[in-house]
Design a protein around this ligand. Structure first.
Ligand SMILES: NC(=O)c1ccc[n+]([C@@H]2O[C@H](COP(=O)([O-])OP(=O)(O)OC[C@H]3O[C@@H](n4cnc5c(N)ncnc54)[C@H](OP(=O)(O)O)[C@@H]3O)[C@@H](O)[C@H]2O)c1
Length: 303
């Protein structure tokens, strides 16, 4: 495959004109990773969400644009792509991107099952393999806790067959955290995926501590509150205290998330290569410590 090196990723970012030049202290190192508790395998801290942004017709131009985004992800040492049958054409587009680049091994593919009933779940999961043109799915998650018990049985059977590597549960609203907590205790998933950001801090109360206690890896969805965080800081400069670890608001938001000790990986969605470069850079350099995290949230509370 055409593997970009770190310097080329940075050059791509500069060429896209969105970001200032960045001097990296660790030019040769890859993206920060966290261990998946159930296996010890390293997971890169920044991934890619596909809700809406990959729901496009598979025209050559659309696939080339998404392939550029995926190439930026893997060239930086990232791997996680999150999707779902609920995201309409997204699984197919991921499959078309994989077919256009034949680098499946660089990706950690996470999708979901989102239907009622065992047979329907089996059919939907089979379809996900076909659409994404893969023999293995790295992470199969029960989307929004829909019919969890039935689907977890199937997922575990398929894990035994080697078709699925990890199982997980997802939700995206604080109102569902109590139900998620119950299902974490009951089903002991290897991953959960939840909403957490500077604008939505509820997961800190119970879900993130429980994930840590139970040894469950955590993907974070809605890291920008579906873009709302950018609107909240529109026209505002980054505070001086952040310049040592963030060069943009996107990196400020993402570093707040991935510096939480229970968080494994944030999955921001983007349709734009320059935003992908911006987001990926949050996976490098210093992470804020507890004091700095408090400062970040205090500051965000004032904007
Ligand atoms: N129940 C579930 O399991 C569930 C629920 C919700 C979400 N998810 C997953 O989580 C992923 C992320 O959540 P999300 O899609 O709701 O939203 P998000 O990642 O919080 O925000 C995406 C928005 O931010 C913009 N953006 C991205 N990077 C940016 C940057 N560096 N600078 C400025 N704008 C930027 C994107 O626009 P551009 O395209 O212009 O960059 C897009 O409008 C989803 O795609 C999905 O994979 C799962």
């Amino acid at each position: 495959m055409n593997k970009w090196n770190r310097r080329e990723v940075l050059a791509a970012g500069a060429a896209l004109g969105a970001l200032p030049a960045l001097t990296l202290a660790t030019e040769t190192s890859g993206m920060l990773t966290k261990p998946i508790p159930s296996s010890g395998d390293a997971l890169p801290v920044i991934g890619l969400g596909t809700y809406s942004v990959f729901d496009v017709d598979s025209t050559p131009d659309a696939i080339a644009e998404r392939r550029e985004i995926v190439d930026l992800l893997t060239a930086s040492g990232g791997s996680v792509i999150d999707t779902s049958p609920m995201y309409n054409r997204s699984e197919k587009v991921i499959g078309d991107v994989i077919a256009s680049r034949a680098a499946r091994d660089d990706l950690f593919l996470a999708t979901k099952v989102w239907t009622d009933g065992r047979d329907s779940g089996v059919a939907q999961m089979r379809r996900s393999f076909e659409l994404m043109r893969t023999d293995t799915i790295d992470l199969m998650q029960v989307h929004n806790l829909r019919d969890t018990a039935l689907h977890m049985d199937t997922i575990r059977e398929w894990q035994d067959d080697g078709r699925i590597r990890y199982n997980g549960l997802t939700h995206y609203t604080a109102g569902a955290h109590a139900a998620l907590e119950r299902e974490m205790r009951k089903f002991e998933p290897q991953f959960i995926q939840i909403n957490y950001s500077l604008g939505e801090r509820e997961a800190e109360q119970r879900v993130l501590p429980l994930a840590r206690e139970m040894g469950i890896a955590v993907l974070i969805n809605r890291p920008f509150q579906s873009g709302r965080l950018f609107r909240a800081v529109a026209g505002k400069e980054l505070p001086d205290f952040a310049t040592g670890f963030a060069e943009s608001w996107g990196q400020f938001f993402l570093k707040f998330i991935i510096s939480h000790p229970a968080v494994s990986c944030a999955i921001p969605a983007t349709s734009k290569p320059r935003h992908m470069v911006d987001n990926l850079r949050a996976g490098f350099g210093e992470l804020p410590d507890e004091d700095m995290r408090k400062r970040m949230s205090d500051y965000f509370g004032t904007v």
